[in-house]
Design a protein around this ligand. Structure first.
Ligand SMILES: [Zn+2]
Length: 225
């Protein structure tokens, strides 16, 4: 059986406030939705995610996605980044979409300290964002489960969780409790949709190539001369 491998650009993402007039000009609309208070007050919001935490979250998300759909998020390239975004939900989402989408293939994933409202994460288009505050509020492993869910929003075009059919054991169930372990299951329809989309974002890897994970750098390094 073949596996689909989707490369990730992960960012330890600190947020910097965007001036109100600039944010209106960019998003073309007044503030909408709840605001991230610190950012609205003109304060920067450092990320506080560590590389180890991000790698752990991807390990857990990969366990789910490989088991359910033979999709693996790899390699994961992590770097620190600062973006300037409006404080309101809609403006911030637009700011992320415009700044985090990778130029070539793959998915851009921002690891922020917090998001407006009680959202644990956002996903869509070619980006996902995960809130550390929410991830840490849950059971151990919740960060990975949250990440897997948001990546699901990238791979499956179903923003309102309709394909989860209100089944709490489904990965894409919409009202998850961070203190209740989730089975992270996917239906056949969800798997089919995700695989179709993942093929456009990554590459199909046959069995033989799988022994050496791409994240460990299978290719020999060029020698210095
Ligand atoms: Zn969701």
């Amino acid at each position: 059986m073949s596996r689909i491998r989707v490369p990730i650009k992960a960012y330890i993402l600190s947020l910097f406030p965007q001036a109100a007039d600039e944010s209106r000009r960019r998003s073309g609309s007044p503030r909408q939705g709840q605001q991230l208070r610190a950012l609205a007050n003109g304060l920067a919001v450092p990320s506080f995610w560590t590389r180890a935490e991000i790698n752990q979250a991807f390990d857990a998300a990969n366990q789910i996605w490989i088991r359910e759909a033979e999709i693996e998020f790899s390699p994961v390239d992590i770097s620190a980044r600062v973006v300037s975004v409006p404080a309101d939900e809609r403006g911030m989402w637009i700011g992320f979409v415009n700044q985090l989408g990778p130029r070539s293939g793959g998915i851009g994933v921002g690891f922020v300290y917090d998001l407006p409202s009680h959202e644990g994460g956002w996903g869509g288009g070619r980006i996902a964002v995960v809130s550390g505050r929410k991830a840490r509020s849950g059971l151990p492993g919740f960060a990975g489960s949250l990440l897997a869910h948001e990546l699901g929003h990238v791979l499956i075009d179903d923003p309102n969780h309709e394909l989860a059919h209100d089944d709490a054991s489904n990965l894409m169930f919409g009202r998850r409790n961070p203190r209740v372990a989730n089975a992270g299951l996917l239906t056949r329809d969800q798997v089919r949709a995700a695989q179709t989309r993942a093929r456009t974002l990554g590459t199909v890897v046959e069995d033989a190539d799988r022994a050496a994970p791409a994240s460990r750098g299978a290719a020999p390094r060029p020698t210095a001369r």
